[in-house]
Design a protein around this ligand. Sequence first.
Ligand code: CTP
Ligand code: MG
Length: 174
Amino acid sequence: MDVSFHVDQSIDSVIEALILLAPALFANPTPVIVKGSKPIDMGARMPDGRRVLGDGKTIEGFLAGLVAGSLAGLLVFLVTGNYHMVTHAPAIALGALLGDIAGSFLKRRIGIERGRPAPVLDQLDFYAGALAVSIALGYKWDLEITLLTAIIVGGLHIGANVFAYLAGLKKVPW
Ligand code: CTP
Ligand code: MG
């Protein structure tokens, strides 16, 4: 298996994609375990009367996600020798966390309350953010791999959330 992908290379297998996205896959669920208390929006509301983001997006969760994603990148570097991951991981993790925040912003704007489900958006907002950052970093994705990876990431997200629900970490299984 060739995992020595570089910044100027295309992501042309789902395995490569998942390795590149490891920082996002670690960053996204970490806040669920950390469960912070300081909302990023500090309670602020938009003119529509709803919260900017809501209590589900906290500063502690965000920072913990950033650390977890960066550590995942370090792990990928140690396993594959791909040193690009050391610097790219924090950026990809940041993309995932900002994607998740953008997802909550959108949910509030269309009137979906914090914690209520928004199918597809809930599963893939962080993937969209991480993907966008990876493209900005120079990684090239073809459409087929992008869609296949989306299906796998979405499936992983659903599985992880059902697990977190059963383990008592989450009140709802989505
Ligand atoms: N979380 C956090 N900080 C973040 C992201 C998530 O503390 N930046 C924690 C919160 O406890 C949140 C939980 O992880 O409730 C689950 O995250 P998520 O499903 O993304 O949030 P929701 O509570 O469902 O809120 P939303 O409707 O805005 O997605
Ligand atoms: Mg949720």
